[in-house]
Structures are given as structure tokens and as C-alpha cells.
Design a protein around this ligand. Structure first.
Ligand code: AMP
Ligand code: MN
Ligand code: MN
Length: 321
């Protein structure tokens, strides 16, 4: 287990006076829930806390306490002594927040990605854990902080989203026990799951129609692929964050072992990779300078949409064996 790393993390949290918590680009429920839950815990400890993210916090998470406290990189006051990258698998995933991390006197990483190279001074990384929120929960419990309803709601949100609402292969009994404790402390699992899975803006429905229309299958239906053009985002009004999870639509079809969804963005082609266990995709993501988990990984390619599709397709095809 990661007790030594966790102890070093706790010591730094206790020692710090002023902290900057950093979420990754294209923020998801786990990086947001982890940062907001940790923020509340540190505030309870009497610390000064700022939070930053290079990306828009989806409206669907507006029920999380502190969602409106996120700053953009240029709004951050430079008086913090400790920066904490939370659920950030590599430095580049901080986007414009990276220089803020690098300039901190103490740099801390809390993460669960298998590919994390441990780029901090204090690294609390539990590789293979299903969600970063699990570490935040364990950390809050170990620090003897009073677990409030607001904290529990943030943490259960990330635990839910990164486990596919307790369905993915990495989901473990500790996640289920922690979820039970979070519910005991006031988190409303029905409300959270409605906001996360049973309600979506019409623009995402429009994008879903496009995704199904564009979806194609290769290698006897073992690879499912979707290539989204910039104009698809413009015509639907869907933000990049709002397409989170759409890659799974291609994975959920019988016979599919690998799925990928490409999004054409100003700064390159964002690649979302998924596999059905025991197949893996983080090796493919690493090959292209990205990273992630065994069955959910990503990277960014600086090519045309068509070239990116060919590169990813060939890499996945090579894995079919
Ligand atoms: P996504 O397909 O964007 O949901 O990403 C799947 C997983 O891969 C997430 O846990 C991301 O943090 C990780 N990931 C995505 N893109 C990158 C990248 N360029 N570098 C490292 N990790 C990434
Ligand atoms: Mn994440
Ligand atoms: Mn995560």
C-alpha cells in the first residue's frame, strides 16, 4: 500500500499555510470532486486555499460546493507555498496552470493514473485505484477532519464518475465502503447520479446523434471509431467537456474491443481511447505522448483529423493479434 506516500502528503498538508489546488484540462467529475472536497477539508484546517483549472467547469456540477471558486491561471494570487496537482496524470495535463505548479516552493501530486511519472516533490500516487476521490477520502479520514455533507457530495461525485457509477473493472470493495460512509454523511446518491447520468443538455443530445451517425466499425467490428470535426462542436454548441463519455457509445456495442473518439480542436486532435478488459489502451496513449488508465486513456496529436485516425487505427489494429 501507499502508507509512506500518504504520510508524506499528510505532513505537507499540515505544514502548508497557503495552497493552490490544480485540476486537469477538460475537467471531469474526479478532478473537480477531488479538488473541491480537498479544498473544504483544508479550509476546515484553517488554510488559505485557491483552486485553478484551465478549462470550463461543466454546468452539471454546479451543485458542488466551491464550483464557482475556480480561478483562471491569470487570476491566481502568487502567495501560495504549496501547489497540489490532483488527478493530473502528467504535467502537460495542467495546461496553462503548469507554470503555477512549477513555481511553488512545495509541489505535491495526488493521483491514481498508472502512467503518472511522479513529477512532484511529494508524490502520493496509488496506481490502479479507480478514482482520485478515493485518495482524497482516505486522506480526509486519516487527517481526522470532520466529513461534512458538502465534502461527501464532492467526493462521491468523483468516485461515481471515475468508476462509471461503480461499474468499471477497477471498482473495488473499498470504493463501495467509502461510498456507503459518504452517503451516511449526507451525500445524496440519487441526486448525484441524476445530475451526472440521467439529465443532459439538448446540445449534448444533438452531439450524440452526430456521434452515432459518424460511428464506424473496423476489423470485423472489433474497433469502433468516431471522428468529430470542429464544425460539429460549433453547430451543436457542445463544449469539449460535454462530450465526456461519448466514446463509450462505441465501446458498448457487442464485439467491440477497442473504441476511439477524436475531437478536432484548435491545439490539435484530442484522442479518447477505451478498451474492454483485459485489453488495454494506456500503452497506445503512451506511444503518442499521452497516458491514462489501462482501459481509458488519451493523448493529443498534432496532425489532421484524418492522419490522426489512421495513426490510432493502425496502433489498435496491431493489438488485435
Ligand atoms: P479522456 O478520454 O479524456 O476521458 O481521458 C481518459 C483518461 O486518460 C483520463 O484519466 C485522462 O486523465 C487520461 N489522459 C487523457 N489525455 C491524456 C494526455 N494527453 N496525457 C496523459 N493522460 C491523458
Ligand atoms: Mn480525471
Ligand atoms: Mn481520475
Amino acid at each position: 500500500m501507499d502508507y509512506e506516500e500518504m504520510r508524506a502528503w499528510m505532513e505537507q498538508m499540515r505544514k502548508a499555510n497557503s495552497l493552490l489546488l490544480i485540476s486537469h484540462v477538460s475537467p471531469d467529475g474526479d478532478t473537480i470532486g477531488s479538488v473541491l472536497g480537498l479544498r473544504l477539508a483544508l479550509l476546515q484546517m484553517g488554510k488559505k486555499v485557491q483552486i485553478v483549472c484551465d478549462g470550463t467547469i461543466p454546468d452539471s456540477m454546479d451543485y458542488l460546493s466551491g464550483h464557482d471558486a475556480y480561478l483562471t491561471a491569470d487570476q491566481v494570487e502568487l502567495d501560495y507555498d504549496t501547489a497540489v496537482a490532483v488527478d493530473v496524470s502528467s504535467p502537460e495535463m495542467m495546461g496553462e496552470s503548469l507554470p503555477l505548479f512549477e513555481r511553488a516552493e512545495h509541489r505535491v501530486v495526488v493521483d491514481h493514473h498508472a502512467t503518472n511519472p511522479a513529477y512532484g516533490e511529494v508524490n502520493w500516487i496509488r496506481r490502479g485505484e479507480s478514482a482520485c476521490c478515493q485518495l482524497i477520502y482516505d486522506g480526509i479520514r486519516a487527517l481526522d477532519i470532520e466529513l461534512t455533507k458538502e465534502m461527501a457530495t464532492c467526493i462521491l461525485t468523483g468516485l461515481s464518475t471515475d468508476t462509471g457509477h461503480f461499474q468499471y473493472a477497477a471498482t473495488n470493495y473499498h470504493n463501495m465502503e467509502s461510498a456507503a460512509d459518504l452517503v451516511r454523511h449526507g451525500a445524496d446518491i440519487s441526486y448525484i447520479s441524476r445530475r451526472m447520468y440521467r439529465s443532459q443538455p439538448m446540445r449534448r443530445v444533438e452531439m450524440t446523434k452526430i456521434v452515432y451517425r459518424k460511428m464506424h466499425f473496423e476489423c470485423d467490428g472489433q474497433i469502433g471509431a468516431v471522428e468529430l470535426e470542429k464544425k460539429n462542436f460549433d453547430e451543436t454548441g457542445c463544449s469539449f467537456g460535454e462530450t465526456d463519455g461519448l466514446v463509450n457509445l462505441a465501446l458498448e456495442i457487442e464485439g467491440v474491443r477497442f473504441a476511439y473518439l477524436l475531437s478536432e480542436r484548435e491545439n490539435g486532435i484530442k484522442v479518447s481511447l477505451r478498451a474492454v478488459e483485459p485489453d488495454t489502451v494506456n500503452d497506445v496513449a503512451l506511444q503518442f505522448g499521452g497516458g491514462g488508465h489501462a482501459q481509458a486513456a488519451g493523448c493529443t496529436l498534432h496532425t489532421t483529423l484524418e492522419e490522426a485516425s489512421t495513426l490510432i487505427f493502425n496502433a489498435l489494429k496491431a493489438k488485435l493479434g
